[in-house]
Design a binder for this molecule. Structure first.
Ligand code: SAH
Length: 263
C-alpha cells in the first residue's frame, strides 16, 4: 500500500538508519522494560526498538491507516493502539516504570510534554524519555535564564526533568524532509524537585510574567500579590529586573508563595 504522508498529522517519517539506531540505543532498554512509542508512523523506529527485546512495546498512533499497516507488519509483537495520545494521561503508565520514545508530531509536542510534567510522581512511572522536537522548541526547552529563548517552557520542563540535548538532526533524515531542523533530547524525571501543590499554578505564574516579557517584574508581581513589595523583599527580588533574568528556582519559589496565598 502506498503511503501518502499527512501534513495535518505532522507526518515526517525518520528514514536515516544511523539516527534510528542512535535513538533506540539511547533508551538503554533491557528485557524487563516496557516501552511506549508515541506516533510510530510506518514503524521504522519500532523495528529498532523491537530488536532490543524489551518485555513489551506499546505504540499509540492516531492515523487509522498507519495503525492497520503496523498491525500487519508487527502482528503480535507490538501492542498497537489506534488513538490520540492527547486522550491519555497517567493511565498509560500502568504503574510501572516505562521508557518513552517519540518523534513527536510537531504541532502537539509541547502540549504532550507539559501534560506529562503535570503527572504526580512522574519518576515512579517513567525511566526516561527520548524525544524529537523541532529545534526551535528544543532551544526553548533547554534555555537558561538571561537568554532570549528562556521562558515558560524552560521553567516548566526543568522543574521535574533533567534534560540533555543529544544532537541536531538534519531535515534530510526524514521523509518528507521538513523545512526546519530537529533536535533529539533525552529527559530523565528527577527524584527530587521543588514541591508545589499544583503545576497549574506554575503555568499561571509564568504566564503572568512572560506575557509581557520586556516589562520589569514589578508589574507581574503586582498582578499576583497585593503585598508585592513584601514578597519581593522576602525573595530578594530586584523589581527592575525583567522576567528572563529570574532563575527557574526563583519562579518555583514565587509559585510557592502564590500557593500559600491561595490557602
Ligand atoms: N515516529 C515515526 C513517525 C513520526 S511522524 C518516525 O519517526 O518515522 C509523527 C507521527 O505521529 C505520525 O505517524 C502521526 O500520524 C502520528 N500522530 C500525529 N498526531 C498524533 C496524536 N495526537 N496521537 C498519536 N499519534 C499522532
Amino acid at each position: 500500500m502506498k503511503i501518502l504522508p499527512k501534513k495535518s498529522l505532522g507526518q515526517n517519517f525518520l528514514i536515516d538508519n544511523e539516527v534510528l539506531n542512535m535513538i533506540a540505543d539511547l533508551g538503554k532498554i533491557n528485557s524487563n522494560d516496557v516501552v511506549l512509542e508515541i506516533g510510530p508512523g510506518t514503524g521504522n523506529l519500532t523495528e529498532k526498538i523491537l530488536k532490543k527485546k524489551p518485555k513489551k512495546i506499546i505504540v499509540i498512533e492516531k492515523d487509522k491507516n498507519l495503525s492497520m499497516i503496523l498491525k500487519k507488519k508487527f502482528n503480535k509483537d507490538v501492542e498497537i493502539i489506534n488513538d490520540d495520545i492527547l486522550n491519555y494521561n497517567q493511565d498509560i503508565f500502568y504503574n510501572k516504570k516505562i521508557i518513552i520514545f517519540g518523534n513527536l508530531p510537531y504541532n502537539i509536542s509541547t502540549k504532550i510534554l507539559t501534560t506529562w510534567i503535570k503527572i504526580n510522581n512522574l519518576n515512579d512511572f517513567c525511566k526516561r524519555f527520548v524525544l524529537m522536537f523541532q529545534k526551535e522548541v528544543a532551544d526553548r526547552i533547554l534555555a537558561e535564564y538571561n537568554s532570549k529563548n528562556y521562558g515558560r517552557l524552560s521553567i516548566i520542563s526543568s522543574w521535574k526533568m533533567e534534560i540533555k540535548k543529544i544532537i541536531d538532526i538534519n531535515p534530510n533524515c526524514f521523509f518528507p524532509a521538513p523545512k526546519i531542523k530537529s533536535s533529539l533530547l533525552l529527559f530523565k524525571p528527577k527524584n527530587k524537585y521543588y514541591k508545589l501543590e499544583n503545576p497549574k499554578n506554575l503555568e499561571h505564574v509564568t504566564n503572568i510574567f512572560f506575557n509581557q516579557r520586556r516589562k520589569m517584574i514589578k508589574k507581574p508581581l503586582k498582578l499576583l500579590f497585593k503585598n508585592y513589595e513584601k514578597v519581593a523583599e522576602k525573595l530578594s527580588l530586584d523589581l527592575n529586573l525583567r522576567p528572563q533574568n529570574l532563575t527557574n528556582i526563583t519562579y518555583y519559589r514565587i509559585c510557592s508563595y502564590y500557593e500559600k496565598l491561595l490557602n
